[in-house]
Design a protein around this ligand. Structure first.
Ligand code: PLP
Length: 404
């Protein structure tokens, strides 16, 4: 039986079906291994970027089979660094899906470049090659596909357009660890890939991210820029192996990941396969439980040769079959103790993107069709089978009471 916490929503007296107490949308899986790694770091006398961060980078790179990875303070920082080292500058255009979190576009604006929004597939919510081609301008320098929910984009058509138009490709893989497109790991497919270890992600460091850059020199430059543009191995300057003297080679950022956070990441990374297997099983349980409800569409799966990271379980409401809309559906689930979320409100529907960049509602029908119907149900390894069954009971009850 789950105990109520300060984060809990109100227990509705009207709750008739679903969890007995508030089931949060997300809860991280932090165990004895994470605590032991963090305590070890605390006792080591070195808490900022150092040996644990280096080990985290090595183990992450080995997991993907790439030569190097750079641990940074967030997925947003990873996107920003990637855009910078791949040559995006003020006045450039960067294509990205309207259907994403603001961080994808925000990183573009950091460099004075323009986020050029593109529509997406209304079913997968992912960017397609044809969307990139349609959004292309004479100033387009790069494209950022986002693997929504952990379902990998169909990368070949995007890579084909990029190759023929000489565009850099940076994948926003905040949701996509571990994910494969046609048997290839996300992180090995394009010029750069940005991962996030934000609290809700498939593995977490509290806040944090990882950047994989294909070109060796660009990767080295990203490492230098991530720590104030200081010459390599700057972190060593307070150790016996280091030296106090350093050189500033460029105007960089304070984007390094400290050892304290990397400790969490090391323990989480070792559990990634187990976490992923659990996410997959819970998603399959949702699929089976929802199959009978014709008012609900279950999320698309990866093709046979792909791997879905199952970061999110996004159902789609067939609102024509219901007397309530998506927002009403969420309120009904909330009254039954189920925490949910919506991924995402398309960027062109936000005031900033309208006022600053001139976007308008109606511009991206694929994105709008998806967002008005999606609900993300709770999905995390700490959930039990019973938790999933409780959510299914709540969903079935809402559908039954609000059928047309
Ligand atoms: C699609 C997407 N891109 C980028 C980010 C940014 O990651 P972070 O919070 O680590 O900066 C997030 C998430 O939080 C995200 O969902």
């Amino acid at each position: 039986m789950r105990r109520a916490t300060a984060l809990d929503g109100p227990r509705a007296d009207t709750a008739t079906a679903g969890p007995a107490s508030w089931l949060p949308f997300h809860r991280p899986s932090i165990g004895a291994e994470e605590i032991a790694e963090v305590v070890d770091t605390l006792r080591s006398g070195w808490v900022t970027t150092g040996p644990k961060t280096q080990r985290f980078e090595r183990e992450f790179a080995a997991r993907l089979g790439v030569p190097d990875a750079l641990a940074v303070s967030s997925g947003t920082a990873a996107l920003h660094l990637a855009l910078r080292v791949l040559g995006v500058e003020a006045g450039d255009d960067v294509i990205l899906p309207a259907y994403t979190f603001t961080a994808t576009a925000e990183a573009v604006t950091y460099l004075g470049a323009r986020p050029v929004l593109a529509d997406v597939d209304p079913v997968t919510c992912n960017l397609r090659g044809e969307d990139v081609e349609r959004a292309r301008t004479a100033r387009t320098r790069a494209v950022i596909p986002v693997h929504i929910a952990g379902l990998p984009c169909d990368m070949d058509p995007i890579l084909d357009v990029a190759r023929s138009r000489r565009l850099a490709v940076i994948e926003d893989a905040a949701h996509a660890l571990p994910a494969r497109d046609r048997g290839r790991w996300v992180g090995t497919l394009s010029d750069a890939t940005a991962f996030s270890f934000y609290a809700t992600k498939n593995i977490t460091t509290g806040e944090g991210g990882m950047l994989v850059v294909r070109d060796r020199r660009a990767a080295e430059r990203a490492r230098m820029l991530a720590l104030h543009g200081i010459s390599r191995d700057a972190w060593k300057r307070y150790t016996a192996a280091g030296h106090w003297r350093y050189e500033i080679l460029a105007s960089g950022y304070k984007y390094n990941l400290p050892d304290l956070a990397a400790s969490l990441g090391l323990a989480q990374l070792r559990k990634l396969a187990r976490f992923h297997a659990r996410r997959r099983r819970l998603a399959a349980r949702y699929d089976r439980g929802l199959a009978q409800l014709d008012a609900i569409a279950t999320p698309p799966h990866a093709p046979r040769d792909g791997t879905h990271a199952w970061h999110l379980y996004m159902i789609r409401l067939r609102t024509a079959a219901l007397r309530i809309d998506r927002d009403g559906f969420i309120e009904e689930l909330r009254a039954r103790n189920v925490g949910t979320s919506v991924h995402f409100i398309p960027l062109h529907l936000h005031p900033y993107y309208q006022q600053e960049w001139g976007y308008r509602p109606g511009q991206f029908p694929g994105a709008e069709a998806a967002w008005s119907q999606v609900v993300s149900l709770p999905l995390y390894p700490a959930m039990s089978d019973d938790d999933v069954d409780d959510v299914l009971t709540a969903v079935a009850d809402v559908v039954r009471r609000h059928r047309r």
